[in-house]
Design a protein around this ligand. Structure first.
Ligand code: FAD
Length: 367
């Protein structure tokens, strides 16, 4: 076992890397544990190829990125270039990272925590949970787990194939835009990207909307299906698993009749980008205090969802254990200095993860 560290950082996404850079600047000892092979493994695994990375600052905030080197450039570079930017930054700063090492559990108490991984154990005063939130939500359709994808692995696989993207947010819009571009640039591909959302309105930010508009104007083959509900999985006569979706064409006009328009896609040609849920089960396993949402206290989280309780400095109920970035998005419970607990919106953005890291390191230094 190594000697006691000032902090162990779990995850090498924008939050974890920022925490490490700031800790290094303050001459604090730290170690990043990353379960993947590379820095920014979470982003590598979830962004569509070539997706532009936006330096989005959430509404109501205006301070610049507290670690400017992590900021995605204003001229919106593709994700591959952004990953390279952060990897270069980490290697120039000789950041202390162990790859392929998965965080498992914590024992002990502040200031003598023992962090256990699948490879070893580390003594530390503080722990920063920066492991993101990439546990995909389910469509709740029988058989989906087998074949419905969550992201584009290789965009070229979809050339010449009608593909359906499900979801109404930025992640779905990014996938739609990428696939449409790949199809448009491929010769003689007349197939389409169908974009289905359960609601009538889509919730995408300005930057994403601009790219999408540009793609449509450039002749992208995008077909939008509003109020489209994934209904059932079925196996067709050729043994192919298919997903059936329907759109309600007219509501029941005072009687019990509905008119539907339906469509079915081979499940392997469906990409579901219907959001992720927070690592609530992991927080439970770590015995970190969470609060169950009720309609009266939660505006963002759904009824019954469990939100992590954090101080203004992202400290959990256990002293010296912090949670930041995607792991606590889109909302958590903040316990104010006055003891009042309320749901706090927390946009899942690079900017937010970097600012969280800054606040945590400031707190650790101050302690
Ligand atoms: C498709 C898509 C597009 C996006 N586009 C933008 C954008 O343009 N601009 C923007 O600002 N934001 C964007 N976001 C959001 C942004 O990527 C996240 O807010 C950000 O990555 C969160 O950083 P993080 O460090 O908290 O977590 P992550 O980036 O998720 O990093 C967590 C890391 O922890 C590792 N890890 C997980 N579990 C363990 C474990 N048990 N042990 C060790 N390591 C572990 C993971 O491998 C990963 O590398 C986008 C998100 C998605 C999904």
């Amino acid at each position: 076992m190594t000697s006691k560290l000032d902090m162990i950082i779990i995850g090498s996404g924008p939050g974890g890397i920022s925490a490490a850079l700031l800790a290094k600047k303050e001459s604090r000892s730290y170690l990043i544990l990353e379960k993947g092979k590379k820095i920014m493994q979470g982003i590598i695994d979830t962004y569509p190829k070539g997706k532009k990375v936006y330096p989005t600052i959430p509404k109501g905030y205006e301070d610049p990125f507290p670690v400017p080197e992590i900021k995605p450039p204003e001229d919106k570079i593709p994700v591959e270039q952004y990953i390279e930017q952060v990897q270069t930054l980490a290697s120039e700063n000789h950041l202390n990272i162990r790859f392929n090492e998965e965080f498992k559990e914590i024992s002990g108490a502040c200031p003598d925590y023992l962090v256990k991984t699948d490879k070893g154990a580390y003594l530390t005063r503080n722990i920063i949970l920066a492991f993101g939130s990439n546990i995909p939500n389910d469509l709740g359709i029988y058989g989906e787990a087998k074949t419905v994808r969550r992201n584009i692995e290789n965009g070229e696989d979809y050339i010449g194939i009608n593909v359906m993207v499900i979801g109404g947010g930025n992640a779905a819009a990014d996938v739609v835009c990428s696939l449409s571009k790949i199809k448009r640039e491929a010769k003689d591909d007349n197939t389409s990207v169908y974009w289905a959302h359960i609601k009538e309105t889509f919730e995408i930010n300005k930057d994403t909307a601009r790219d999408l508009g540009e793609e449509i104007l450039l002749g992208g083959h995008i077909k939008i299906l509003q109020k489209a509900v994934p209904k059932i999985g079925e196996v067709d006569s050729e043994g192919i698993d298919r997903l059936y979706i329907h759109q309600t064409m007219s509501p029941s006009a005072g009687n019990d009749l509905y008119t539907y328009q339906g469509m079915s896609f081979p499940m392997k040609n469906v990409i579901a980008c219907i959001g992720t849920h927070g690592p609530s089960a992991i927080f439970d396993a770590l015995n970190l205090q969470q609060i169950t949402c009720t309609g009266a206290i939660c505006k963002i989280a759904r009824e019954g969802e469990r939100l992590l309780m954090l101080s203004g400095h992202f400290e959990t109920g256990k002293k010296g254990i912090y949670a930041i970035g995607g792991a606590i998005s889109p909302s958590y419970m903040e316990i104010g200095a006055d003891g009042i607990i309320k749901e706090k919106k927390h946009s899942n953005l690079i900017y937010t993860a970097v600012w969280d890291a800054k606040k945590v390191i400031d707190k650790i230094i101050q302690d």
